[in-house]
Write a protein that binds this ligand. Sequence first.
Ligand code: UDP
Ligand code: MG
Length: 307
Amino acid sequence: MKKLSLIVPCYNEQEATPIFYEALCRELANLPVEAEIIFVDDGSRDGTLAAMRALRQRDERVHFISFSRNFGKEAAMYAGLEAATGDYVAIMDVDLQDPPSLLPRMLDGIEKEGYDCVATRRVTRKGEPRLRSFFARSFYRLINKISKTEIVDGARDFRLMTRQMVDSILSMKEVSRFSKGIFSWVGYRTHWLEYENIERVAGETKWNFWKLLLYSIDGIIGFSTAPLAIASVMGLAFCLLAFLLILYFFIKTLIWGDPVAGFPATICIMLLLGGLQLFSVGILGQYLSKTYLETKRRPIYIAKEKE
Ligand code: UDP
Ligand code: MG
């Protein structure tokens, strides 16, 4: 019998953890695989770890990794993938926004239809603020224009993968991880299942607008170097403009003389160019800071307890 590893990142999810476990077990009972459930406690400050310990006592199939502090969901997923021993590996949120009822279809996709990965995407953004949906859509449009790696709009981290694909993902050791990009970058044949957005069962979301914005910048910097070319393009355009203007003023002065004028225009141009220069230096800074952090080769996570 094949073995299925389920990776469940949890951060302050004491209420959701037992509910998730029950729902998952009901589904696992009908699956023709041996299962292993790996909870990753991402430095929770509530009773999440205690809840995991209790489940571990009841059920041999449950394992957990507890981080020394909060390292973020990306690190938690990486730790889970590293610990997984199954032939198939799935990543699931603990808040039941990733319905376990999809697991049989996902398994079929791999076993019967021969896909390497069955991933999910939500097709509605129900229950989400309008403005956030707008920014999310714009982000996907932008990143897909400037990155060679396809980033699917609405893709969730909920996916089932083969051992081979998991090993490929683990071979990407970058510290600044953007999974939506990594999953796509490694390639393999992916089948997409679509479903409507479901609201979380207990607790509350760990994401706010600011965190999402920073995460989207991580994604752009991690999977595109196009912003680095902005400075060159703007520089070239302004050189061209300057050249034409020089020609224009030269001829104008020859014909009509040179009365001093255009002070406000000068100030505007100075401010514009200063702004563009600082903006370009800022982009360089973003890439430099990422490079700096990657070269330190710090571990992606630190586990305090593992069982
Ligand atoms: N999560 C985590 N570490 C974090 C934030 C979140 O492990 O720093 C987990 C969280 O417990 C949940 C999953 O990642 O299982 C998704 O988080 P959430 O439901 O808050 O995100 P949303 O579904 O709102 O995008
Ligand atoms: Mg959620």
